[in-house]
Design a protein around this ligand. Structure first.
Ligand code: MD3
Ligand code: FE
Length: 212
């Protein structure tokens, strides 16, 4: 892999305000995976209910002061894990540092996420096209870190019906969405079968947001 020999590739602006930072998470991989394991020991995977009463395909957890949750009551950010009744695990420093560095490379200064949603995709799992609009301040970017099995990301426009681009994402890739890209529709195509050497048959995505 070129990343391991020469470091991550240069940032690429995919659309105004949307940046791909190929392999940016690779250098911190061992620390990220150790921190992730500690978070999941405290706040294990769970499949939440949609407001419509369906079980979400993607399993989720959170860390940081606020966690994104879905239930029959709707979508919201909350300080307590509904499974444990306790605060979500703190956001590991290695997570915060990577998220801020990524935002900075995409020209968003002083990004201080208060929420990290952790998504797990087993083979066959997809995420349908949606917008992220549960946050208070859409001037804050979103940083997304892909780990494990590759996936094809769907990247649309500001209207659901707009044409979508397909973007292949690999282990260690980081995306930053801000400014005019912040409210673009997006989703994830069904994840193909495979084995990642350290994560096995799953894709894990860390989504860093400023919720409040
Ligand atoms: C593009 N997760 O949790 S993160 C989500 O890979 C979510 O798990 C996906 O969409 C995943 O809501 C994608 C990348 C992402 C996040 C927010 C965006 C892309 C975005 C906002 C605007 C445009
Ligand atoms: Fe999203």
């Amino acid at each position: 892999m070129t990343e391991s020999l020469f470091g991550p590739a240069a940032p690429m602006e995919l659309a105004p305000g949307a940046w791909l930072l190929p392999g940016l998470a690779l250098e911190a991989e061992p620390a990220l995976l150790a921190a992730l394991q500690a978070v999941l020991a405290q706040a294990p995977w769970r499949q939440m209910q949609t407001p419509g009463g369906q079980t979400m395909q993607v399993a989720m957890s959170n860390c940081g002061p606020l966690g994104w949750v879905s239930s029959r009551a709707g979508y919201r950010y909350q300080a307590l894990d509904p499974l444990s009744g306790q605060a979500w695990p703190p956001m590991p420093t290695v997570f915060q540092t990577l998220a801020r560095h990524a935002a900075e490379l995409a020209h968003y200064e002083n990004f201080a996420p208060d929420a990290c949603l952790i998504n797990r995709y087993l083979p066959g799992t997809r995420l349908s096209l949606h917008q992220d609009r549960d946050e208070r301040d859409f001037s804050q970017p979103i940083v997304s870190v892909s780990l494990g099995l590759p996936a094809v990301f769907l990247f649309g426009g500001l209207q659901r019906a707009d044409k979508t681009l397909r973007l292949p994402l690999s282990h260690g890739d980081v995306l930053v969405w801000g400014g005019p890209a912040r409210l673009r529709f997006h989703g994830v195509m069904p994840v193909a079968q495979g084995q990642h050497p350290r994560l096995g048959a799953q894709r894990i995505n860390l989504t860093f947001r400023r919720a409040c």
